[in-house]
Design a protein around this ligand. Structure first.
Ligand code: SAM
Length: 366
């Protein structure tokens, strides 16, 4: 008796044949996905900096005008500070005050003794400033105040805009009290995916659009903070020269005159954006400068990963790959920085801001 030979049904044989033919492709796709995941986990570890947060949320007094005018990050960054430092009775210097003076008003409303705001630009809302708050127009480095005038020096959305960071550090060193605290924040930094900071409207003029930060009355056609209005692919500004950028924008459908204006803004070709442009520095370079002058504690704010824009499942964004030749991976994925600083102290082994707000209760209730 002969045993019938069992053969796979026709459809199964076809599937096996197809898998055999595609095995290289399947193998590489799976390997890429695995590497990709490992890579991300490593990145995540690099960004998870242990931060001790108080168990409570500090109650912040928000004046009506600030409630109407502030951008959400202005409240968030103020909270970052106030949850770690007691501002009551303190003298505050602000670097780069906003159009509505929201941060300065928050300090005043929550118990600071005096607030001095600064900004290179003289544009300012007409709303009267409360007692104890003043604005000085000009570079913070030129502020005419006696040495050691301030307990807290604060600047948000500024780290990427300070053209001469070393000069500003020297000024801070002079103006800060021996036990004073500095809090600086900024984003997006030049080495991040949208570090070009594009903020451009062709009408009425590039200059007025460039000076429009914080103002709500100038419509901005191209802006880094809204994906649908950001015409520049992530990290492209780090590897393209101005001509290549202009060409890319035109190929992507941006009208030629807009493309020229955007390019001029991104690379500050007309040197029009004094004090308000990106300073072209990577996160690492900024930290190196700050650490030369102060004891620092820094938090890198990672890029909010958008899979579709960064890499498809088979290939990484080509600008990212090319930018890696010049910048560290960590810098390319750093969207922003929060930096705490104090005067250098030889004996202090590790930098740490005392959470005096925690010790002495809710600042707003004092
Ligand atoms: C993006 S704006 C941020 C303003 C504000 N802090 C806010 O939250 O909207 C950065 C500002 O920093 C100011 N700035 C840059 N360098 C400065 C300096 N050395 N002294 C004072 N202000 C400066 C610029 O004029 C610009 O208005």
């Amino acid at each position: 008796m002969t045993t019938p030979i069992r053969t796979a049904p026709g459809w199964l044989a076809s599937v096996i044949g197809l898998v055999a033919r595609l095995r290289r492709v399947i193998w590489w796709t799976l390997t890429f996905e695995l590497l990709n995941k490992l890579d991300k986990r490593r990145l995540l570890r690099a960004f998870v900096i242990p931060r001790v947060r108080p168990e409570y949320r500090v109650e912040i007094r928000i004046p009506d005008y600030v409630r109407e005018s502030a951008a959400p990050y202005q409240i968030e960054e103020f909270r970052e500070l106030i949850e770690r430092v007691d501002i009551r009775g303190k003298r505050i210097l602000e670097i780069g005050s906003d159009y509505h003076m929201c941060s300065a008003r928050l300090f005043q409303a929550n118990g600071a003794r005096a607030v001095v705001g600064t900004n290179m630009g003289d544009w300012r809302s007409d709303e009267a400033l409360p007692a104890g708050v003043e604005i000085k127009v000009g570079d913070v480095s030129d502020v005419a105040c006696p040495p050691e005038s301030f307990d807290i020096i604060y600047g948000i959305a500024v780290l990427e805009h300070i053209a001469d960071l070393e000069k500003v550090c020297r000024a801070i060193k002079t103006l800060l009290r021996p036990d004073g605290v500095v809090y600086l924040q900024g984003q997006p930094l030049w080495s991040g995916p949208s570090g070009h900071h594009v903020w451009y409207h062709p009408e009425p003029s590039a200059e007025s659009a460039a000076s429009a930060h914080g103002r709500v009355d100038v419509p901005v056609l191209y802006r880094f903070d809204q994906a649908e209005r950001n015409p520049i692919p992530d990290w492209a500004h780090l590897v393209l020269g101005p001509d290549e950028m202009e060409g890319l924008l035109i190929r992507n459908g941006v009208p030629a005159s807009h493309a020229a204006g955007i390019t001029r803004f991104v690379y500050n070709l007309g040197d029009e954006k004094t004090g308000s442009s990106s300073n072209f520095q990577s996160a690492g370079a900024i930290l190196d400068i700050l650490a030369e002058f102060f004891d620092i504690e820094a938090e890198r704010i990672p890029f909010d990963i958008d899979e579709e824009r960064i890499h498809s499942s088979t290939k990484k964004n080509t600008y990212y790959r090319r930018a890696l030749r010049r910048y560290s991976k960590e810098d390319l994925w750093t969207q922003g920085l929060r930096v705490w600083m104090r005067h250098k102290t030889e004996s202090r082994a590790a930098f740490r801001i005392e959470r005096d707000a925690l010790e002495s209760g809710n600042p707003a209730s004092g």
